[in-house]
Design a binder for this molecule. Structure first.
Ligand code: PMP
Length: 444
């Protein structure tokens, strides 16, 4: 009888390919992890990789942060129940108190906890429909709010356009200063026209907006745009929901990304970094909506004491260490370093972002700003991995390199990252990465 090979004789990649659903993966390189420390990921075999994506945002304080480790160990070893829906727990209540204290907003507000950006936006959709009696929503082409029916239903990312019908949704272009096909004034005019014609504002429950469009291409809206949206929402009694899942809690260089425009949203959605790597999201909104009982938004383990223990440490650390200022400073070093590379690499169309949310728009032609094919972006990411840094890409054409590292990234690490991106761009331009190397990672 031949013995089955021990499972560990095969690589983690091979085992993963056999048992993890393809639909749950978005992989840009052959990176297979066995651990993480500080701002570095540790790959099978022990090589350390500088994490310039922080696994796309959740590891806000990096990996193995001692205070998170301790708080989670404590919460696990003496667990105050596992379900906030049955019993209150101090970690959840304390974190909610802190979120309310730091999030501007009018009147009484409350917090709902979930596990992901998807469920928090989904909850917002359902609770808003139930509480306002209005059924329609407005959001933006390119926006990503999640992949549950409600949150997907208010998203405008092309990755999901064919998956669900979205009755009543009005999708507007998100003004992109680099490719100004639809300037802010035109978008606002279109919104007004929708209100005058096919979308009466009294049917609209809310407008969902990312204060900096992330998955749609790391697009910083032109100044005044969010404010103008907020004014229209207010005028028509439409709730403004700001999705801070990727760029909130210090990443943008201010505590909240919407503060760049002095906007006060009706509802704010937090996720990713909030849990420091544990599954945790939060929705902050007006009491009359958040207490609307028929909306029924229970999930057994949401707000459990372990995930919220991590959340408390994350938020308290960000506040105590004023990490948004650190993100602004290191983000500047990083973005300036990348901008300086434009002299050497004709494919750099623009480096943009806020704080430690930085993107490089790769172009095939600087004059027309035509995007590079997504294979080129993938090759840069692949080569970056080989050279020792992890990052990813976004944008409806897949041509924007995205960097959302831990907020704890140091200036030295930012410079190290710039050097790796520099080398990766040079190697791709010189044809040193083959199509075959990136074929397994092509999503589109
Ligand atoms: N909102 C935004 C702005 C996001 O970037 C994402 C994820 N990319 C989500 C919501 C969904 O979050 P999750 O993947 O945690 O469900």
């Amino acid at each position: 009888m031949t013995a089955e090979p021990a499972p560990n004789a095969r690589s983690l990649r091979q085992r993963d390919a056999e048992v993890i659903a393809e639909i749950a993966r978005l992989r840009f390189s052959p990176l297979s992890l066995v651990g993480g420390r500080g701002n570095r990921l540790i790959e099978e075999g022990g090589r350390e990789i500088l994490d310039l994506s922080a696994s796309a945002g959740p590891a806000a304080l990096g990996y193995g942060h001692p205070a998170i480790v301790e708080a989670v160990a404590q919460a696990t070893s003496n667990m105050a129940g596992a379900s906030l829906l049955l019993y209150p727990n101090d970690n959840a209540v304390s974190l909610a108190e802190t979120l309310l204290a730091i999030t501007p907003g009018e009147g009484g507000r409350k917090v709902w906890f979930g596990h992901s950006g998807s469920d928090a936006n989904d909850c917002a959709v359902r609770v808003l429909q139930a509480a306002t009696g209005r059924t329609r929503f407005i959001s933006f082409i390119g926006s990503y709010h999640g992949n549950l029916s409600g949150s997907m239903g208010v998203s405008g990312h092309t990755a999901m356009t064919h998956t669900l019908p979205r009755p009543g949704l009005v999708l507007l272009p998100y003004p992109d200063p680099f490719r100004p096909r639809f300037p802010a004034e035109a978008v606002l005019d279109l919104l007004d026209y929708q209100f005058e014609t096919t979308c009466p504002p009294d049917q609209v429950a809310a407008l969902f907006v990312e204060p900096l469009m992330s998955d749609g291409g790391l697009i910083v809206p032109p100044p005044g745009f969010l404010k103008a949206l907020a004014a229209r929402c207010r005028r028509h009694g439409i709730k403004l929901v700001v999705d801070e899942v990727k760029v909130g809690l210090g990443r943008s260089g201010l505590l909240h990304c919407f503060e760049h425009e002095e906007v006060v949203p009706d509802m704010v959605v937090f996720g990713k970094g909030l849990g420091g790597g544990l599954p945790l999201s939060a929705l902050v909104g007006p009491r009359d909506i958040m207490d609307h009982a028929p909306a029924f938004a229970l999930q057994t383990t949401a707000g459990n004491p372990v995930a919220t223990a991590a959340g408390r440490v994350v938020v308290e650390t960000i506040l105590r260490e004023r990490l948004w200022e650190h993100a602004a400073r290191v983000g500047q070093v990083f973005a300036d370093g990348l901008r300086a590379l434009a002299d050497r690499h004709a494919c750099i169309g623009e480096v943009r972002g806020r704080g430690l949310a930085v993107g490089i728009d790769l172009v095939a032609d600087r004059a027309t700003r035509a995007p590079v094919p997504v294979t080129t972006t993938a090759k840069v990411i692949y080569r970056g991995y080989e050279l020792g840094a992890a990052f990813s890409y976004v944008g409806l054409k897949g041509n924007v390199l995205e960097f959302t590292p831990p907020l704890t990234l140091t200036e030295a690490e930012a410079r190290e990252g710039v050097a790796i991106v520099d080398q990766a761009l040079a190697d791709v331009a010189a044809g040193r990465v083959s199509d075959a190397a990136v074929a397994p990672f092509m999503m589109w």
